[in-house]
Design a protein around this ligand. Sequence first.
Ligand code: 4NP
Length: 153
Amino acid sequence: MKVLMVCLGNICRSPLAQGILEKKAADNKLSIEVDSAATSNYHIGDQADSRSISKAAEYEIDITNQRGRQIEKNDFQEFDRIFAMDVSNYNNILSLTNEKEEINKVELILNLTYPNDNMSVPDPYYGGEDGFENVYRLLDAACDVIIDQLKNE
Ligand code: 4NP
């Protein structure tokens, strides 16, 4: 199973989502490959935001090796599931493909925990530290659902 986490900058939300899911996969001895990407080209090659790195470290997750990249057409073939952090990312991802099989791989991540509500993980970039704890909790719960689904496969 290969999972791609996607947000706008690939420095705040999706690196955290990647780190959380990788840790849960390792803890559960599940073989999942996880990567993350941006819809934008703003932070290609950049390390994750220091506030995301600190938040991850609080929960014993190391995301310092991650570097920003932009989603590309090939990712639709490469990955089994593609999770968008917010509605805007979701629409931007879908604008990259017309293939039904590829479209079906794309989901809003919070629909795992709040089915059909189409909720967004709030963009914490311009906010304070509090925003990152909220993001962490939302993503932690959503990643638990991914793990449960894989265990039940
Ligand atoms: P992310 O947060 O999408 O969670 O990585 C953002 C990071 C950077 C910007 C916006 C959101 N930016 O405008 O540079």
